[in-house]
Design a protein around this ligand. Structure first.
Ligand SMILES: C[S@@+](CC[C@H](N)C(=O)[O-])C[C@H]1O[C@@H](n2cnc3c(N)ncnc32)[C@H](O)[C@@H]1O
Length: 276
């Protein structure tokens, strides 16, 4: 049987406990995107272990991540890592084949052999409660834990997962930002601004790229209003086409736009005051 590599009692987990708010099915949009975009890499990985970092006061998101990733690769294992030991104790009864819960923090402990590294780390609604100045160091620490070809997905959503924004990072650093929404409940794309991840939420001000992007997205959405007579989905797809034609480096296409997503290269939104 695999032995736990949890830190000894003297080694404090890295980070600090925060509010444990979670909800069933809250992270479905993120899970589906991960399964679709990272599934092929998981299938190529000899040790397909995924971490749900900071799963919160109940283990739902880890249980659901396992179910959704197993549609991509039947041998996937999920390890829920929480910095609050009471939340780990509460989750333990939900352990089952492929699902384990461990006490830990940004050092990301894994059960099994020392040196084991995750093919995926998902941190949802965790960094939002840290300072913006901490984000880059946390990202670097988490990226350094990834297996070759691994992915870190870090982002934020509302209580029931209708509005979501996340950053995807490889071992080398940030790659993309994804905006995802239940389109029927969206009045404008910039409604998503309140769910920007910590690295971007304070940058939604004139002069910053993320502000320019959301402004252009709103303009494209307004111009696409006639498509709303067909469906909100058609209006979103039309808006994404307009953004793409205007030079915003979207990395996905109609197949994902139909899901109410738009993904853009990180360097186009990275803070730095180059937005028009
Ligand atoms: C708001 S809850 C999010 C729960 C779940 N991920 C979701 O999105 O529904 C944030 C959780 O992250 C945990 N947390 C904060 N910092 C952490 C760290 N460094 N390592 C592990 N867990 C952490 C908190 O204790 C809290 O339970």
């Amino acid at each position: 049987m695999a032995r736990s590599s949890s830190p000894p009692p003297s080694a404090r987990p890295v980070g600090s406990a925060t509010r444990g708010t979670t909800n069933p099915n809250r992270l479905r949009r993120m899970d589906r995107w991960i399964a679709a975009t990272h599934g092929p890499q998981l299938r190529r990985t000899a040790d397909p272990v995924a971490v749900d970092l900071g799963y919160g006061a109940a283990p739902w998101t880890a249980v659901e991540l396992l179910d959704r990733l197993r549609t991509a690769h039947g041998d996937t294992q999920v390890v829920g890592v929480e910095i609050d030991p009471e939340r780990v104790a509460a989750a333990k009864p939900y352990e089952r084949d492929g699902l384990t819960f461990l006490h830990g923090g940004f050092e990301v402990p894994l059960p099994g052999a020392p040196g084991r590294s995750p093919a995926l780390i998902r941190a949802a609604n965790v960094l939002r409660q840290y300072d913006e100045a901490e984000v880059v160091a946390v990202w670097a620490r988490l990226c350094a834990r990834l297996a070759p070809g691994g992915l870190l997905v870090e982002g934020t959503c509302d209580e029931i997962g209708r509005r979501h924004v996340w950053v995807a990072l490889g071992p080398e650093g940030p790659r993309t930002v994804t905006f995802a929404a239940r389109l029927a409940a969206l009045s404008t794309p910039s409604d998503l601004a309140e769910r920007l991840p910590k690295a971007l939420i304070h940058r939604n001000v004139p002069g910053e790229p993320v502000h320019a992007f959301l402004r252009d997205f709103d303009r494209a959405w307004a111009a696409a209003a006639p498509y709303g007579a067909l469906s909100a989905r058609q209006r979103w797809i039309r808006s994404a086409r307009t953004l793409h034609a205007a030079g915003w480096p979207l990395t996905d296409g109609p197949h994902r736009w139909r899901q109410g997503e738009v993904t853009i290269r990180w360097d186009a939104l990275a803070p730095g005051g180059t937005g028009a």
